[in-house]
Design a protein around this ligand. Structure first.
Ligand code: NDP
Length: 284
C-alpha cells in the first residue's frame, strides 16, 4: 500500500493560524527584520515569502535590502542597529551572503535573543545543553510535522542523512532530545543504504536530488525529505518519492512538505522571541 502523505502545507497553515491568534493577544506586534544582501533570485523569493507571511500573521515587516557590494563593517553596523532597536524582535540574515562577506562572523553578531534562525553560537550551545532557546527553523519544523502526524519518537531508530550546521546536526540533537536513538550519516558513511534501513524515522538532508531510493528504506518507515532541488522537470527532494512511497509508511512530498513548515517555524520563533522580550521588560 502506498505511503500516507504528510501534508506540510496543511500543518504550516494550522500553525500560522495559531501564531496569528497569539500575536493578536500581545500588547505590541513582534517585528521581523529580514536582511537581504544583493539580488540572488532564489534568496529574493524566500525573503519575499517570509515577509508576506510575517505580515499575514500580524507581525511588523522590518525588511532591509542592502547592495551586493556592501562592506563587512557596514553590514555589521546594520546588525548592531537591529540588535539595539526595540521594535525588532527577530533578525534573519538571509544566506548565502556574497562571497566577500564572512557569514559566520556576521551571524555571531546577532543578539541570541533575536536569533530567529537559531544559528548563533549561543543558540547552538543552548540546543546542545537542552536549555531554552531559539531552535533552527527547518529541523524544528520537521519535529512539529512528525508530532502532528502522530509519529512516536521515543525509543525510535532515527537516521539523519546530512550533518550540516543548518539542518543535519540540529536535527539529530532535536531527535535525541525527544529520546530517539539517533544515527547521523554523511558523505564518508560506509554503506549508507544499510544504515538508512535501520530507521523507523529517516530524515534526508544531503542536498542530492533523489539520492534516497527504496533500497534505503525499511518497510513502513516514516521518511522526511528536507532536500529541495530545481530541475527541468520541476522541484524534487533528496528522496525518490514515487518509488520510496511504495515502501515507506508515511512520506513528506516536495514541494509541500518540510518547506512550508520552515517559514511557519520562523514566525513561531519570532513570537517566542517577542514573548521572552516582553517578560524581560516586565521584570526590569
Ligand atoms: P549541506 O550541503 O550544507 O550539507 C549536506 C550534508 O549532506 C553534508 O553533511 C554532507 O556530508 C552530506 N552528504 C553529501 N553527500 C552525501 C552522500 N552521498 N551520502 C551521505 N551524506 C551526504 O546542505 P544543507 O544541510 O544546508 O541542506 C540539505 C538539503 O536541504 C538541500 O537540498 C537544501 O536545499 C535543503 N534545505 C531545505 C530547507 C527547507 O526549508 N526545506 C531548508 C534548508 C535546506 P559531509 O558533511 O561529509 O560533507
Amino acid at each position: 500500500m502506498p505511503a500516507t502523505i504528510i501534508d506540510g502545507k496543511a500543518a504550516a497553515a494550522e500553525l500560522r493560524q495559531r501564531i496569528s491568534h497569539d500575536v493578536a493577544q500581545l500588547p505590541e506586534p513582534p517585528g521581523l527584520a529580514t536582511v537581504l544582501v544583493g539580488d540572488d533570485p532564489a534568496s529574493a523569493v524566500y525573503v519575499a515569502s517570509k515577509r508576506r507571511q510575517c505580515v499575514q500573521a500580524g507581525m511588523r515587516d522590518l525588511h532591509r535590502h542592502l547592495p551586493a557590494d556592501i562592506g563587512a563593517a557596514e553590514l555589521a553596523a546594520v546588525v548592531d542597529d537591529l540588535n539595539a532597536d526595540p521594535a525588532v524582535t527577530g533578525i534573519l540574515l538571509q544566506l548565502p551572503l556574497p562571497r566577500h562577506l564572512d557569514a559566520a562572523n556576521l551571524i555571531a553578531r546577532i543578539d541570541p535573543d533575536k536569533d530567529v534562525d537559531g544559528l548563533t553560537i549561543a543558540s547552538v550551545g543552548r540546543l546542545a545543553l537542552g536549555a531554552p532557546g531559539l531552535r533552527p527553523c527547518t529541523p524544528a519544523g520537521v519535529i512539529a510535522l512528525l508530532d502532528r502526524a502522530g509519529v512516536r519518537l521515543e525509543g525510535a531508530e532515527a537516521v539523519v542523512v546530512g550533518r550540516s550546521h543548518l539542518v543535519g546536526k540540529p536535527m539529530a540533537q532535536l531527535l535525541l532530545e525527544r529520546n530517539a536513538t539517533v544515527t547521523v550519516c554523511h558523505s564518508r558513511t560506509r554503506d549508507l543504504a544499510t544504515a538508512c534501513r535501520r530507521a523507523d524515522v529517516l530524515i534526508a538532508a544531503a542536498g542530492l536530488p533523489r539520492m534516497i531510493g527504496p533500497d534505503h528504506v525499511k518497510p513502513g518507515a516514516t521518511v522526511i525529505d528536507v532536500g529541495i532541488h530545481r530541475t527541468d522537470a520541476g522541484l524534487c527532494g533528496d528522496v525518490d518519492t514515487a518509488t520510496v512511497a511504495e515502501v515507506a509508511g508515511a512520506i513528506t512530498p516536495v514541494p509541500g512538505g518540510v518547506g512550508p513548515m520552515t517559514i511557519a517555524m520562523l514566525l513561531s520563533n519570532t513570537l517566542t522571541a517577542a514573548r521572552c522580550a516582553g517578560r524581560e521588560s516586565a521584570a526590569a
